[in-house]
Design a protein around this ligand. Structure first.
Ligand SMILES: Nc1ncnc2c1ncn2[C@@H]1O[C@H](COP(=O)(O)OP(=O)(O)OP(=O)(O)O)[C@@H](O)[C@H]1O
Ligand SMILES: NC(=O)c1ccc[n+]([C@@H]2O[C@H](CO)[C@@H](O)[C@H]2O)c1
Length: 199
């Protein structure tokens, strides 16, 4: 059995969840683990000097818990998929191996060393500042963004986290998140299929 772990990182509202879901639809025996499911409870997320909750940093996430879930997939992808209610299909690579893929998506997946080392492929979705601010303004998080949150917390933290990532991570494939959904999916799918034929 071959196991492939694909990282779909990128800035907030870059289109990570959208791309991940479409990719899962195309890849047999694939499933998604989403970093957004591992935020700490609001009551323990600290506030900065401006009164903004510090959500856009690794400290706001239960990364140990996320790693437990990822290791559970690594140990037995088939059992993991069944536990998620996903049906397992018989799929074989050219050499006759069955292939299981895990898509890990999130805004800080490459900034966490123990997770970053696990990826076979690393994609990073980026969009311009104005588009990011616009897309974010129509999203409602729990808790919702307070007035001034994007410029006061989200964007400055993105710049900081991105620099840290670029200083430490190699082999990132940057994707232009302004592309049409279908075009981006086609590019990534083709790229991943090449990986499949290599296993
Ligand atoms: N290629 C695209 N072109 C236009 N709009 C897109 C594209 N991909 C995603 N969107 C839209 O952008 C918004 C954000 O997409 P999505 O939820 O996939 O981003 P995300 O990176 O997972 O966000 P976050 O992790 O910050 O919650 C959604 O409204 C989605 O429909
Ligand atoms: N609990 C959540 O999911 C949550 C709460 C508040 C803010 N966020 C935002 O999610 C984005 C990552 O997808 C970050 O930019 C957070 O600000 C998420």
């Amino acid at each position: 059995m071959k196991k492939i772990i694909i990282g779909i990182g990128g800035m907030t509202n870059g289109g990570k969840s959208t791309l991940s879901r479409s990719l899962q639809g195309l890849l047999p025996n694939s499933c998604i683990i989403s970093q957004d499911s591992f935020f700490k409870d609001d009551s323990v997320v600290p506030v900065d000097g401006l009164g903004f909750k510090q959500y856009d940093m690794l400290d706001a996430l239960l990364m140990d818990k996320m790693m437990v879930e990822i290791r559970s997939w690594m140990q037995d992808p088939q059992r993991f998929m069944q536990s998620q209610g996903l049906s397992v299909m018989r799929s074989k690579s050219k050499e006759g191996n069955s292939v299981f893929s895990l898509i890990v998506e999130g805004f800080l997946i490459f900034n966490y060393g123990p997770l970053n080392t696990l990826f076979d492929k690393r994609y990073f979705l980026e969009i311009p500042y104005e588009m990011c601010k616009l897309r974010r303004s129509s999203r409602v998080y729990v808790p919702p963004d307070p007035v001034g949150y994007f410029d006061g917390h989200v964007w400055p933290m993105y710049l900081k986290n991105r620099k840290e990532m670029e200083d430490t991570v190699q082999d990132l494939v940057f994707l232009d998140g302004t592309q049409k959904r279908e075009d981006m999916l086609a590019t990534v799918y083709k790229d991943i299929q090449q990986m499949f034929t290599a296993v």
